[in-house]
Ligand binder design. Structure first.
Ligand code: AMP
Length: 217
């Protein structure tokens, strides 16, 4: 299955992507995660991207295009993939179209998760994550057993620097201006499914599974 997960920051793409990855056994390719890893490891890409991520703006298309092309060409993606956070603007749709055309494949489905802006703010400003294993927590809805410590690997939990309120508002603006038109393109191609992202992670996972049922059939 070849899937794209779209939606505003904080809609739960990371959480749902992990669930989809477990049920349909395709690799989860998150450009946000790749970029944060590059920053953490201090690679050249990471040095270029760091300040941009901290402002909540988009990293140049060529930088993410290279990251994604490399991962899509790797053997792990041969049987399908789940793209999370890519494509994020119209130029990236064209880049992805080109990569997939050269590989002779197409997308099966684009899932568009949606929640109101106020819920995004509540979710993100209280979000904490584990930089070691990627586990995600929420101080109100899914707190770790021990404050500040990852349940899965005992790593020290952190707040992403781009989850501060002013940066979240900037990311929402970027989403509205640049990423909403991406959903429109896929809607016209009749591969977009809209999924309500409100409620518990289980509720949303149930809706996503229903949306994917006809693809698997
Ligand atoms: P995310 O984890 O998907 O919310 O992404 C975190 C940050 O990484 C974004 O705010 C952007 O700065 C950057 N980023 C992730 N994906 C892309 C992309 N496809 N194009 C440009 N920048 C991206």
């Amino acid at each position: 299955m070849r899937l794209v997960l779209l939606g505003p920051p904080g809609v739960g793409k990371g959480t749902q992507a992990e669930r989809i990855r477990r049920t349909v056994a395709v690799p989860h390719l998150s450009t946000g995660h790749m970029l944060r890893e590059a920053v953490r490891c201090g690679t050249e890409t990471g040095r270029k991207a760091k300040a941009i991520l901290e402002r909540g703006e988009l990293v140049p298309d060529t930088v993410v295009g290279e990251l994604i092309a490399e991962r899509l060409a790797s053997p792990e993606a041969a049987g399908g993939f789940l793209l999370d956070g890519y494509p994020r603007n119209i130029a990236q749709v064209a880049t992805l179209d080109g990569i997939l055309a050269r590989m002779g494949i197409g997308l099966d489905r684009v899932i568009n998760l949606f929640v109101p802006d106020e819920e995004v703010l509540l979710r993100l400003t209280l979000r904490r994550s584990c930089p070691s294993c990627g586990a995600i927590y929420h101080l109100s809805f899914r707190p770790p057993a021990r404050e500040g410590v990852c349940d899965a690997c005992a790593g020290k939990l952190e707040q992403r620097s781009d989850d501060r309120e002013e940066v979240v508002r900037a990311r929402l603006g970027v989403y509205r201006e640049q990423t909403l038109p991406v959903a429109e393109i896929y809607r016209k191609r009749v591969i977009l499914v809209e999924v309500d992202g409100t409620g518990s992670a289980d509720d949303v996972a149930g809706r996503v599974a229903r949306a994917l049922r006809d693809v698997a059939a």
